[in-house]
Every structure is written in structure tokens, then in C-alpha cells.
Design a protein around this ligand. Structure first.
Ligand code: F6P
Ligand code: MN
Length: 332
């Protein structure tokens, strides 16, 4: 079978469909190269001295792991000199990082969660990198305000999973494709060309330890799933929860399902971050034919007010996401 590399895939999209400009393609390739480096560091584990805490806190007051810091540095370093970015923002940095004046400034803004699933770093469970690309509004300083665009404005979104294989999932607004890292060749090879998500599912993902804090619509939905064949849904549901969003979303893209990290009485605004977790995942899931809401509203329609703002997330199989959203809206 003919192998299609990430570069080839992007050049074909550029030539045949005009979905991606040369500039955006080059930016994505820089991000993909950085992900290869991070994958390499992750795979060394204790032998590379990359496990354990960094002894610092990030802006959200969460203890940083060494790999959080390493992944952030790799992505910043890879991107700042390339000439494609006006600025970049990261979960690990309080304010946007400006491109040093010695480098040319490009037209895009990059947002990233350098190392998603931090709690799984030290236990050899899949982790990843999430990224989102926006256009910097013309004639505007690339400060925090320039980043505060709705998710529907994203021009590209993607994530890497560092698991048994390293996989990159990408959309530039023309469908979703996944690429597996061929470690011998050092290139990402397309392994899932046009990912489509089934509208129905019998598998859900939620952190059940938050059950006592769930709002009634979420509790109602999960109770119905748990009631199985004998309950109102008339079918048995299975449950999966990796606790790395990248791995949970990749599973859903591969075999269907619904993922929820809803706002609850403890996480009143939600747990996940809108701009570099929920938005890129929502774009990918929608591009694959699924849906993504905060329980009430389409995630991609939310107007952000802060770089690091949190949001409730319900995404995956369209009919299930609609059901959860309806339960919330009916409760109003
Ligand atoms: O980035 C946040 C994250 O690591 C997600 O990947 C994951 O879904 C979530 O945290 C798990 O958090 P908790 O263990 O608190 O439910
Ligand atoms: Mn994360």
C-alpha cells in the first residue's frame, strides 16, 4: 500500500482543496516535529531523567511535572524562530509568549497544552500534546486580547498521543486524519485517512469520583446509561476513563463514544481549559461528524474572556451529546 506522509497529506490538501496555505502547512510541520521530540523524551522515562515533579506550580496553581516543563520548552523553542507565528500561548505560561524581535513575525497565533494528562506521566499511561491555531487579527498587537477568539475561528487543531504508538490527529477544516510516527523513518505516516464518528454509542467516559458533585442532568444521563438493557435506554453501556483527554478523545475518534468533563458543584466553571483543550478537541470532533457542547451551548461558539478560562465539556457521538445537552436545557 502506498504510504502518505503528513507532508504529502498537507501538500495535497493545499493543491487540491485549498484548505491549507503554505504558511499554515509549514507551521503544522514545525509543531509535528516538536511532538516527535517530546515523544522521544517521553519514551525514555526514568532513563532520561524526565519523570517526577519540577518543583514549580503553573498559572493554575497545579504542580508542574518535569515533562510539562520540557514539552513547553521544546514547543516554544521549535516555534519561535520559524517565522510563522505572531505569538504563542500555553497552559504552562501565564501570558502569551511574544516572538523575540530578532526573528520574523508570522500571521498565526498558536495555543497549546504541551503535556496533557500530567497525572499519567509517571505511570507509563498515554499522555499527549494539544494545539490550536488562530489567525492574528491584522494590525493588532498579539497580546492576550488577540487570542480571545471563538473556537469557530480556528484554522487548524490537532493533538499527539504518546502511547504504545505516537499518533498525531489533525484537522485544517477539511476532515480529520490520523498519522502514526514511523520511528525508523522519523516521519508521521497517515493511518486513518478520513475519521468519521458514529452518531450513537454504548460507551461513555467520565470521572465517576465526581458523581456527588454532578448537576442533576448529568446524574440523570449517567444513571440511565448505568441502568443498561433493563433501563430507559434499552441497551448496556460500557465505561472507559484514561484520565488523559488525548487518549480518551483518540479512543472516541477510533471506535466511538461520549466524553464528559462537565461543570459541577465543585468545578463550577468546568475543569478543562477552553482555549487549548476544549476548542481544538471540539473542532476535531465536529470535523469528524460528532458534536461538542459545554452542556448547553456549542463549545466553538463560546466567546472567550480569559486565556486560561475553564469550560464544561461534553463531546463525541452526536446523538448522545444532543441528549445530554437537551437534559440541561430542559432543566433550564
Ligand atoms: O489536562 C487535564 C487532564 O489531565 C485531562 O487530560 C484529563 O481528562 C483530566 O485532567 C483528568 O483530571 P482528573 O483526574 O482530575 O479527573
Ligand atoms: Mn491538559
Amino acid at each position: 500500500m502506498k504510504q502518505v506522509s503528513l507532508t504529502q497529506y498537507l501538500i495535497e490538501l493545499q493543491r487540491e482543496k485549498g484548505c491549507v496555505s503554505a504558511e499554515l502547512r509549514l507551521l503544522i510541520e514545525v509543531v509535528a516535529r516538536a511532538c516527535k521530540r517530546i515523544s522521544h523524551a517521553v519514551s525514555k522515562g526514568a532513563l532520561g531523567g524526565v519523570l517526577g515533579g519540577a518543583g514549580t506550580d503553573n498559572i493554575q496553581g497545579e504542580a508542574q511535572k518535569k515533562l510539562d516543563v520540557i514539552a513547553n520548552e521544546v514547543l516554544v523553542e521549535a516555534n519561535e524562530w520559524g517565522g510563522h507565528l505572531a505569538a504563542l500561548a500555553s497552559e504552562e505560561m501565564e501570558h502569551p509568549h511574544q516572538i523575540p524581535s530578532r526573528y520574523p513575525r508570522g500571521e498565526f497565533l498558536l495555543l497549546m497544552d504541551p503535556l496533557d494528562g500530567s497525572s499519567n506521566i509517571d505511570v507509563n499511561v498515554s499522555i499527549g500534546t494539544i494545539f490550536s491555531v488562530l489567525r492574528c487579527p491584522e494590525g493588532v498587537e498579539p497580546d492576550e486580547k488577540a487570542f480571545l477568539q471563538k473556537g469557530s475561528q480556528q484554522v487548524a487543531a490537532g493533538f499527539a498521543v504518546y502511547g504504545p504508538q505516537t499518533i498525531l490527529v489533525l484537522t485544517v477544516g477539511c476532515g480529520v486524519a490520523a498519522f502514526t510516527l514511523d520511528r525508523e523513518l522519523g516521519s508521521f505516516v497517515m493511518t486513518q485517512p478520513d475519521i468519521k464518528l458514529s452518531a450513537d454509542t454504548q460507551e461513555f467516559a467520565i470521572n465517576a469520583s465526581n458523581a456527588r458533585n454532578w448537576h442533576p442532568p448529568v446524574k440523570h444521563y449517567i444513571d440511565e446509561c448505568l441502568a443498561g438493557k433493563e433501563g430507559p435506554r434499552g441497551k448496556d453501556f460500557n465505561m472507559r476513563w484514561v484520565a488523559s483527554m488525548v487518549a480518551d478523545v483518540f479512543r472516541i475518534l477510533s471506535r466511538g463514544g461520549i466524553f464528559m468533563y462537565p461543570a459541577d458543584s465543585k468545578h463550577t466553571k468546568g475543569r478543562l481549559r477552553l482555549m487549548y483543550e476544549a476548542n481544538p478537541m471540539a473542532m476535531i470532533v465536529e470535523q469528524a461528524g460528532g458534536a461538542a457542547t459545554d452542556g448547553r451551548q456549542r463549545i466553538l461558539d463560546i466567546q472567550p474572556t480569559e486565556l486560561h478560562q475553564r469550560v464544561g465539556v461534553v463531546l463525541g457521538a452526536k446523538n448522545e451529546v444532543e441528549r445530554v445537552t437537551q437534559y440541561h436545557l430542559k432543566q433550564a
